[in-house]
Design a protein around this ligand. Structure first.
Ligand SMILES: Cc1cc2nc3c(=O)[nH]c(=O)nc-3n(C[C@H](O)[C@H](O)[C@H](O)COP(=O)(O)OP(=O)(O)OC[C@H]3O[C@@H](n4cnc5c(N)ncnc54)[C@H](O)[C@@H]3O)c2cc1C
Length: 597
C-alpha cells in the first residue's frame, strides 16, 4: 500500500516543452487553457486524486464487486468517491462546454486522466468508458437523443459503456452476432449476449447508457454490416426522467487477475422480449463510428500503463529508501538502505526513465490531436492528425508493455515483500496486465502501425518523423554538454536501425507478407524505443536551455538530463537488436510445422 503524489512538475514540463500548451492557448477554442489555468487544474486534481481516490485503490482491490439480485454492488467508498468526482466536475473536463463540459484541451486533460488512473485504475475505467460513449453521441446521435442523454453523461449523472465483444467476436468484430429488429415507432429491439463489459452494471448512478454493436436483419456480412445502438438500463422520458426498466441485464461478473473493483460484466440483451434501443447515426456504419473514437480510447489505455508505471515507481522508491540490507560495495559502509546498491538504482532509473519517455509520447500525441482539432489550414490539420494517428499504436503498446515490465521491477525492488499482497506492489503489476489486451492487443496495434499507419501515405508520415528525430539528434550532438552529445550519438544510431527496419518492411510488404507479419511486434517495440529516445532528447535540450539561462529549478532540469542520458545508454541500444529481429523476418518461423509445437 502506498501514497500517491502526482508528478506535477514533470507533467507541466512535458505539456509546455513537448506538447506545445503555450501555442495552443493562442487558438480561440482554447483561449482559457493558459499555463496559469493548467497549474490551477493540475494542483486541484493532484489534491483530489491523492486524498479521495488513492486511499480506495487497495481496499477496492481487496473487496472487489459483488453481483446481487439487485445488480452489481461496488466496493465500500466507491459511490461517495464517484459523487465527489462528479461534483468537482472532473468527468467532463475535456467535453464541450455547450453540453455541460469544461472544454479543456486534451493537452491538459491528459495529465488529469493520468492522475485519476495512477491513484485508482479500477475507478478510472467508469469515467473513461463514459467519455468514450459521450464522444460517440457527439459524433453520430440525433439531436433528440443528444438532448436527453448528453448532459447527464458529461456531468456523470449517468455512466456509459461500450459493448463490442461477444464470446466468438473479440479482436475480429466481423463475427458479431447480436441483432436488432426495427419497430413501428422507429426504435429497435436488441437481442444478444455481450461479454467483458466494463462497468456494465453498478450502483453509483440511477441509469447506465449502453452503446451496443448489433446487426440489422438485412445487414451485409462482415464489418460493413454492424450498426451502433443506444440501449439504456432504464428508458428515459423526453424530459430526462426515468421510465421503465429495459431488458438489459448483467447476468454475471468475471473473477479477474486485476482491476477487481471494476465490474466486468456478461450482459444479456433481450432475454425477456427485446431490449429497446435507438440507432446511432446511419445503419451499418457502427464500426466506422467506433474507429473515430479509437484514437482517444487507445491513447487513454496507453496512459493507464504510464499511470501504473508511475505509481509502481513511487512505491518502489519509497521502499528502497527505507529497507536496509547489505554493505555499500563502494564505500564499505555497513548496513545501508538498498537504494545505495547500483543494481537497485539501475532498476529505479529504468522505471523512471521509461515512464517519463512514455509520458512524453502520450502528451505529445495529445497536443497533436488538439492542434488537428483547432487548426484551420487543411494541410497542417491533416499533418497533425496523421502524425497523431501514427503515434497512437506506439503510445498504446509502448505505455502498456512498459507498464508490465516496470511494475514487475517494482516487485523485484521489494524482494520477497513484493510477492506479498499486503505490500501493494503486486497490485500494480496485476492491474497492468489487462492493458496490453483490451482496446486492441499489442499484436493488433502492431498490425495497425505496419499495415495502416506506415503504408497509407506511402511512408510520408514516417519520413517526416525520421527527419524530426535526425534534427534532434544533430542538435544534441552539437551541444557543449558531453551527456547531451552521448544522447545525440545513440539517438542517431537508433534512428538508422529504425530506418533500415522500415525500408525492409516496405520492400517485403507485398512479396514477403509472412515475414512482415512476424516482424510487426518487434518493429513496434523498435518504434517505441526510438520515439521515446527522441522526445527524451528534446526534453534534455529544453532542460539544458533553462540551465544555461539560470532559470527555474536546476535540480529538476539536471534530473531531466540525467534521465534522458540513462534512457539513451540503457534503452536506445536495444533498437539495433529489434532491427536485427525485424530483418530476420520469418526465416526460422517458416520452418516450424504444426507438429513441432
Ligand atoms: C477486464 C476486461 C475488460 C474489457 N472491457 C471491455 C468493454 O468494456 N467492452 C468490450 O466490448 N470489450 C471489453 N473487453 C474485451 C477486450 O476488448 C477483448 O478481450 C480484446 O479485444 C481481445 O479479444 P479476445 O479476448 O477475444 O482475444 P482474441 O481476439 O481471441 O485474441 C487472442 C490472441 O490472438 C491474437 N490475435 C487475434 N487476432 C489476431 C490477428 N489478426 N493478428 C495477430 N494476432 C491476433 C491476439 O493478439 C491475442 O494475443 C474487456 C476485456 C477484459 C478482459
Amino acid at each position: 500500500m502506498s501514497d500517491y503524489r502526482a508528478p506535477v512538475k514533470d507533467m507541466r514540463f512535458v505539456m509546455d516543452e513537448l506538447a506545445g500548451l503555450r501555442e495552443l492557448s493562442q487558438y480561440p477554442d482554447f483561449a482559457e487553457a493558459t499555463t496559469d489555468m493548467a497549474d490551477a487544474i493540475l494542483d486541484e486534481a493532484a489534491k483530489f486524486t491523492s486524498e479521495v481516490l488513492a486511499p480506495l485503490n487497495w481496499t477496492g482491490d481487496r473487496e472487489g464487486c459483488k453481483l446481487t439480485p439487485d445488480g452489481v454492488v461496488t466496493p465500500t467508498g466507491w459511490k461517495e468517491a464517484y459523487k465527489a468526482f462528479c461534483d468537482a466536475g472532473w468527468n467532463g473536463i475535456s467535453c464541450p462546454p455547450d453540453h455541460a463540459g469544461h472544454g479543456q484541451p486534451d493537452t491538459i486533460a491528459v495529465a488529469v486522466k493520468e492522475m485519476i488512473q495512477s491513484s485508482n485504475m479500477a475507478f478510472s475505467l467508469g469515467p473513461l468508458l463514459t467519455t468514450g460513449a459521450v464522444e460517440a453521441l457527439l459524433t453520430c446521435a440525433s439531436d433528440e437523443l443528444k438532448a436527453i442523454y448528453l448532459e447527464k453523461m458529461v456531468t456523470g449523472e449517468w455512466t456509459g459503456t461500450m459493448n463490442l465483444t461477444e464470446p466468438q467476436a473479440g479482436s475480429d468484430l466481423a463475427l458479431i452476432r447480436s441483432r436488432a429488429e426495427p419497430q413501428a415507432d422507429g426504435s429497435y429491439k436488441v437481442f444478444g449476449q455481450k461479454i467483458f463489459i466494463t462497468y456494465g452494471d453498478h450502483d453509483m448512478t440511477d441509469n447506465i447508457v449502453h452503446l451496443v454493436l448489433a446487426r440489422l436483419p438485412d445487414a451485409p456480412a462482415g464489418v460493413r454490416g454492424i450498426s451502433m445502438f443506444l440501449v439504456p438500463k432504464f428508458l428515459a422520458n423526453a424530459d430526462g426522467s426515468l421510465g421503465a426498466r429495459n431488458d438489459a441485464y448483467c447476468v454475471s461478473i468475471e473473477h479477474k487477475l486485476g482491476i477487481h473493483a471494476s465490474p466486468t460484466c456478461v450482459m444479456a440483451y433481450g432475454d425477456n422480449g427485446g431490449a429497446v434501443g435507438y440507432l446511432l447515426g446511419e445503419a451499418n456504419r457502427g464500426l466506422e463510428y467506433m474507429f473515430i473514437m479509437m484514437n482517444e480510447a487507445r491513447l487513454g489505455v496507453g496512459l493507464q500503463g504510464i499511470a501504473l508505471g508511475e505509481r509502481a515507481y513511487q512505491q518502489a522508491l519509497a521502499f528502497a529508501r527505507e529497507r536496509k540490507q547489505g554493505r555499500d560495495a563502494l564505500t564499505g559502509e555497513a548496513l545501508v538502505t538498498i537504494d545505495r546498491h547500483p543494481d537497485i538504482r539501475r532498476m529505479l532509473m529504468l522505471m523512471k526513465s521509461r515512464v517519463e519517455a512514455c509520458r512524453a509520447m502520450a502528451y505529445f500525441t495529445s497536443g497533436l490531436l488538439d492542434r488537428a482539432h483547432v487548426i484551420e489550414d487543411a494541410a497542417e490539420k491533416s499533418r497533425n492528425l496523421y502524425l497523431a494517428e501514427f503515434m497512437i499504436p506506439i503510445v498504446k503498446a509502448g505505455g502498456t508493455e512498459m507498464a508490465i515490465e516496470v511494475t514487475s521491477h517494482g516487485i523485484q525492488i521489494h524482494g520477497g515483500m513484493g510477492f506479498i499482497e499486503e505490500t501493494g506492489a503486486a497490485q500494480h503489476w496485476r492491474d497492468s496486465r489487462i492493458t496490453t489486451i483490451y482496446e486492441g492487443t499489442t499484436g493488433i496495434q502492431a498490425n495497425d502501425l505496419v499495415f495502416r499507419k506506415l503504408m497509407r501515405d506511402q511512408g510520408a508520415t514516417a519520413r517526416y518523423v525520421f527527419g524530426e528525430v535526425a534534427a534532434t539528434s544533430k542538435a544534441l550532438a552539437a551541444s557543449s554538454r558531453p551527456e547531451l552529445q552521448v544522447i545525440g550519438k545513440r539517438l542517431g544510431e537508433a534512428l538508422q536501425a529504425w530506418i533500415q527496419a522500415t525500408e525492409w518492411l516496405a520492400a517485403n510488404a507485398k512479396t514477403g507478407l509472412s515475414g512482415v507479419l512476424t516482424a510487426a511486434v518487434p518493429y513496434l517495440h523498435l518504434s517505441v524505443t526510438v520515439c521515446g529516445g527522441w522526445l527524451m532528447g528534446k526534453a534534455a535540450l529544453a532542460a539544458a536551455g533553462y540551465l544555461d539561462q539560470g532559470a527555474g529549478d536546476p535540480v529538476f532540469y539536471r534530473a531531466k538530463i540525467a534521465t534522458a542520458h540513462f534512457y539513451a545508454d540503457q534503452m536506445l541500444p536495444q533498437a539495433a537488436s529489434y532491427a536485427a529481429t525485424v530483418l530476420a523476418g520469418d526465416a526460422a518461423l517458416a520452418a516450424v510445422t504444426d507438429e513441432m509445437f
